[in-house]
Design a protein around this ligand. Sequence first.
Ligand code: AMP
Ligand code: GLY
Length: 423
Amino acid sequence: MKVLVVGGGGREHALVWKIAQSPLVEKVYCAPGNPGIGTIAENVPLTVEDLPGLLAFAKEKGVGLTVVGPELPLSLGIVDLFEEHGMTIFGARRNAAIIEASKAFAKDLMKKYDVPTAAYEVFTEVEPAIAFIDRVGIPIVIKADGLAAGKGVIIAQSRDEAVAAVTDMLSGNAFGAAGSRVVIEEFLVGEEASFLAFTDGKTIIPLASAQDHKAVFDGDQGPNTGGMGAYSPAPVVTPDIHEKAMTEVMRRTVDGMAAEGRPYRGVLYAGLMIDGDRVKTLEFNARFGDPECQPLLMRMKSDIVPVLLAVAKGDLSGVSIDWHDKAAVCVVMAAGGYPGDYRKGDEIKGLGDAAAIDDLYVFHAGTAETDGKTVTAGGRVLGVTALGVTVKEAIDRAYRGVGAISWDGMHFRKDIGAKALKR
Ligand code: AMP
Ligand code: GLY
């Protein structure tokens, strides 16, 4: 079978890497892909928003399965379009991807179906929003309703900051249409985990547990990023927490979406806040996490293609997934300046040395090829991912890979996985 992966970041490199190992697959295309992906698949010069172009390509090449990485094409309706044309595609339909595209939708759904989450209200006007802030107090969390590339969440530590955030979002143009509504919610304490599951809209099969590192600096300091590293398994997800995440979060959400006439098919990602034995949902994503996908797929023992096909065809019953016992750790190496304005075009050295390390894979995210050299081309540049018998061993191996690689201005966190070691 021929498979088309849509996207071109570290998540899609991991998907292509895993899919290409399937005995069912003869050829993998990736649109637009990246230089790392190009070593194991054929990059296709189409953007993720070019839905008609992607459909025409998939038809012309006889693609048997299309797998969508990022959120944008899902919320543009790529799955709906492909299905109208009889094509098999893995991902959430447009009316289900709204669970990520609108935080107000997700919060209202959680309230209606009793999915544990922070107390909140939704506002479109500044005055009542400020009155709510004064009622709840500080710290308080302000979220732009729509997609804001991970930058639409402000954790306000002062009243001034909270007022500025809602004013910016509602009356300014800080996030364009994404900020025309805001969710204001209670600040939660605890440790975060990423809980992902495959679902056909009825059956739910969880992936292994994982944890992201959103803040740019060690010790979770500094502004949030798309994710500076991840590992799996995440010991914060104890068997008891796993059970709660499945029954109180995943089951209620999947059933709720079905009841709303928005059956959810694809991978559902819940960002959880865990405090003792209490689980609350911070957000949903309609896609694999990035970078969580990298360590998760390195740990996945089963062939992923039958799972993706079963989801796409709407019957996951009878499918099971085996995982390697080993732990996996992904350290993201970022361009100078990220998550602010960042440098581009710096030559990356040492990729070959890192690749020579066993049980380690360097997933490309923001890279490009110029004059035969691999250069930086995005904020998150590489996801250096390693397996180990223990988390400690995986951490050490991943950082050995990181140590082999360099470019001007690069930076990375030095404490990826440290929370797992503390438990
Ligand atoms: P979200 O995009 O909603 O997941 O928010 C991005 C990040 O902001 C989360 O990963 C958390 O670190 C933080 N965050 C979001 N909501 C809350 C909350 N209610 N309490 C504390 N931190 C939060
Ligand atoms: N790593 C967080 C996300 O993919 O949203």
